[in-house]
Design a protein around this ligand. Sequence first.
Ligand SMILES: *[C@@H]1O[C@H](CO)[C@@H](O)[C@H](O)[C@H]1NC(C)=O
Ligand SMILES: *[C@@H]1O[C@H](CO)[C@@H](O)[C@H](O)[C@H]1NC(C)=O
Ligand SMILES: *[C@@H]1O[C@H](CO)[C@@H](O)[C@H](O)[C@H]1NC(C)=O
Ligand SMILES: *[C@@H]1O[C@H](CO)[C@@H](O)[C@H](O)[C@H]1NC(C)=O
Ligand SMILES: *[C@@H]1O[C@H](CO)[C@@H](O)[C@H](O)[C@H]1NC(C)=O
Ligand SMILES: *[C@@H]1O[C@H](CO)[C@@H](O)[C@H](O)[C@H]1NC(C)=O
Ligand SMILES: *[C@@H]1O[C@H](CO)[C@@H](O)[C@H](O)[C@H]1NC(C)=O
Ligand SMILES: *[C@@H]1O[C@H](CO)[C@@H](O)[C@H](O)[C@H]1NC(C)=O
Ligand SMILES: *[C@@H]1O[C@H](CO)[C@@H](O)[C@H](O)[C@H]1NC(C)=O
Ligand SMILES: *[C@@H]1O[C@H](CO)[C@@H](O)[C@H](O)[C@H]1NC(C)=O
Ligand SMILES: *[C@@H]1O[C@H](CO)[C@@H](O)[C@H](O)[C@H]1NC(C)=O
Ligand SMILES: *[C@@H]1O[C@H](CO)[C@@H](O)[C@H](O)[C@H]1NC(C)=O
Length: 498
Amino acid sequence: MGTKNMGFILGLIGFLFLDGLLLCMAREVHHYDFVLQEANFTRLCSTKSMLTVNGSFPGPTIQARRGDTVFVNVINQGRYGVTIHWHGVKQPRNPWSDGPENITQCPIAAGTNFTYEVILSDEEGTLWWHAHSDWTRATVHGAIIILPAVGKTYPFPTPYKEQTIILGSWFKADVMAMIQNSIETGSTPSNSDAFTINGQPGDLYECSNETTYRLPVQSGKTYLLRIVNAVMNEEQFFGIANHSLTVVAQDAAYIKPINTTYIMITPGQTMDVLFTANQNLNHYYMASTPYVDSGIRFPNTTTTAIVQYEGNYSASSSPFFPTLPSNTDIDSAQNFTNQIKSLASKEHPINVPKNISTRIYIAVSLNRLLCVNDSCDTGTGDRQAASLNNISFATPQIDILQAYYSFYLVGTGPGNYNNVTDPLSYNLVDPPEVNTINLPRNGWAAIRFLADNPGVWFMHCHLERHSTWGMDTVFIVKNGRYSNQSMLPRPAYMPPCS
Ligand SMILES: *[C@@H]1O[C@H](CO)[C@@H](O)[C@H](O)[C@H]1NC(C)=O
Ligand SMILES: *[C@@H]1O[C@H](CO)[C@@H](O)[C@H](O)[C@H]1NC(C)=O
Ligand SMILES: *[C@@H]1O[C@H](CO)[C@@H](O)[C@H](O)[C@H]1NC(C)=O
Ligand SMILES: *[C@@H]1O[C@H](CO)[C@@H](O)[C@H](O)[C@H]1NC(C)=O
Ligand SMILES: *[C@@H]1O[C@H](CO)[C@@H](O)[C@H](O)[C@H]1NC(C)=O
Ligand SMILES: *[C@@H]1O[C@H](CO)[C@@H](O)[C@H](O)[C@H]1NC(C)=O
Ligand SMILES: *[C@@H]1O[C@H](CO)[C@@H](O)[C@H](O)[C@H]1NC(C)=O
Ligand SMILES: *[C@@H]1O[C@H](CO)[C@@H](O)[C@H](O)[C@H]1NC(C)=O
Ligand SMILES: *[C@@H]1O[C@H](CO)[C@@H](O)[C@H](O)[C@H]1NC(C)=O
Ligand SMILES: *[C@@H]1O[C@H](CO)[C@@H](O)[C@H](O)[C@H]1NC(C)=O
Ligand SMILES: *[C@@H]1O[C@H](CO)[C@@H](O)[C@H](O)[C@H]1NC(C)=O
Ligand SMILES: *[C@@H]1O[C@H](CO)[C@@H](O)[C@H](O)[C@H]1NC(C)=O
C-alpha cells in the first residue's frame, strides 16, 4: 500500500532559557486540577458514558502567558490508566512531564494522581492538551491559550473578542472498546460518526440542530478564533460563509498574515484566525469537512456552527453555507499550506538550522504484518500495520521517557525526494515553525531542528489509526556538556509501571 498523509509531532527545545533570571521575574505560576471522570453525553440520538476532564467535552481551557509555568494535578477517577500530553509545549529540559504513555511515563492508574509541570518558553498563541493513551484523546482534550508576556501585544490589531474553536470526532460507540477490539482482531478501526465544533455536531446531523454551537457577533467587530484540530483521523477544510479569514499564527508561532476563504488544518495543528463581522446582519455557517488525498474510505460528513449577528433583523430561513474546496482537492490544500511563512520579525525572530550535522531519512508507509498464532480474524492471516523506515513501532511496557519538539518545515513536494535538487528549493528565510505537518501522499517533507532539548521525544503520525499501527519512533537526545543542557532531575514521584 502507498503512503498516506500524516501529521508528525516532535518535541523540541526552548532557546530562551539561558536568560533565566529575567524570565523568572516575569514568569507566573498557575495551578489547575483536572479530574478524570466518566460522564454521560447524548449526541446523534444516543447516549454513552465516556472519559472526560471534569465532565466537559471539550475539556477545560488552560490560560497562561508566554514563559509561564502551569502545574496540572491530574486526579484519575476513571476506570483505567491514562496520561496527558501538552501538545506543542517544548518543555525545556523537562521530558518528565511530556506525557506519551510508556514513552516518558507509565499511565496514571485509576484512583491515583500525578502533577505535570508544564514549562512554557517561546510558545505564543494556541496549543492544546490531550490524553495520550490509546485513543483516549477522542474525549479527553482542551485548548491551551498562551497570551503575550505582560506589557507585550499581538503582532496584529487587538481583536474585539476571542473564541476557541475545537474540531473533534464523535463516535457513537465506546472509543476505547472499539480500538481494543480493533487491535485484538487486526481489523481497521471504525470511522467516526460525526465531526464536532466545540463538542456539537451541528445542523447537518440527526438530533443535533437544537444544540448547534452559536457564536454571537457584533457588526463591525473583529474576532480571533483559536482553532484546534482535535479530530482523530482526518485533515479538515474550514471556512465561514461570506467572510474572509486572516490566518496569523500556527502551532503557537506567528506567521505572515494570509487572507483566505478557507484553511486546511491537520489533526494536531492549531491556527489563530481573525475575521471581521463586516457582512449583512444575518446568520452564517462556519463549517469543517474532511480533506483526504488518498483513495481511502473516510467519513464524508460536515460539521457546522453558526455565526449569528446581534441586532434586530429578520434572518434568512437558514444560514448561508461557505464554499469549501471539495474533499479531495489536493491543489487547494497545497495552495493554502504553501502560503504559510514564519512572521520572522525583529520581535518574533526565528533560528533555522543552517549547518546540518546529522541527516535522517525516514520512509513512511502502510504495510501488512503477519498475525502471530492466528491471533487476528481478518481472514487473510495478516493485519494492517504502519512503519517508519519499514519498522513498525511496538509500545514498550515500561516508559522510555518521552517528550515533543517543534521544528522548521523547510521544504515539501510530490514524488521521491531528490537529495541534490530538492534542497535547492528549501525555504531557509521564513519557514513555518510547527509541531505537526501534513506529509503529502507519495511525497516528501524536509524538517530541521536543533537537538537542544535532552530527553526522549516521541515522533509519530497524528492520524491515530496510523499511530496505532506503528507509524511512530522515539528520538533520544542526550544531555549536553553543561548542567543547563541536561535534563532536570527526575521528579520524586512518577507513576509506577506495572
Ligand atoms: C475540576 O473539578 C475540581 C473538583 O470539582 C475542581 O476543584 C477544579 O477546579 C476543576 N478544574 C477545572 C479546570 O475546572
Ligand atoms: C450514565 O447513565 C447511566 C444510565 O442512565 C447511569 O447508570 C450512570 O450512572 C450514568 N453515569 C454517570 C457518570 O452519570
Ligand atoms: C495528589 O494530589 C494531592 C492533593 O490533591 C497533592 O497534594 C499531591 O501532591 C498529588 N500527588 C501527586 C503525585 O501529584
Ligand atoms: C430542528 O429540527 C426540527 C426537525 O426538523 C425542527 O422541528 C426544529 O425547529 C429545529 N430546531 C432548530 C433550533 O432549528
Ligand atoms: C453570501 O454569499 C452568497 C454567494 O456566495 C450570496 O448569494 C448571498 O447573498 C450572501 N449573503 C449575504 C447575507 O450577503
Ligand atoms: C488582507 O485583508 C486585509 C483587510 O481586507 C488587508 O488590509 C490586508 O492588506 C490583506 N493582506 C494581505 C496579505 O493580502
Ligand atoms: C462527499 O459528499 C459530497 C456531498 O454529499 C459529494 O459531493 C462528494 O462527491 C463526496 N466525496 C467523496 C470523495 O465521496
Ligand atoms: C425590530 O424592528 C422592527 C421593524 O423594524 C420593529 O417593529 C421592532 O420594534 C424592533 N424591535 C426591537 C426590540 O427593537
Ligand atoms: C493553486 O495555485 C496555483 C498557482 O498559484 C494556481 O494555478 C491554481 O489554480 C490554484 N489552485 C486552486 C485550486 O486554487
Ligand atoms: C558546523 O557544525 C560543525 C559541528 O557539528 C562544526 O564543527 C562547524 O564549525 C560548524 N560550521 C559552521 C559554519 O558553523
Ligand atoms: C504501558 O505499560 C503498561 C504496563 O506498565 C501496560 O499495562 C500498558 O498496556 C502499556 N501501554 C501501551 C500503550 O502499550
Ligand atoms: C544522497 O543520497 C545518496 C543515495 O541515494 C547517498 O549516498 C548520499 O549520501 C545522500 N547525500 C546526502 C547529503 O544525504
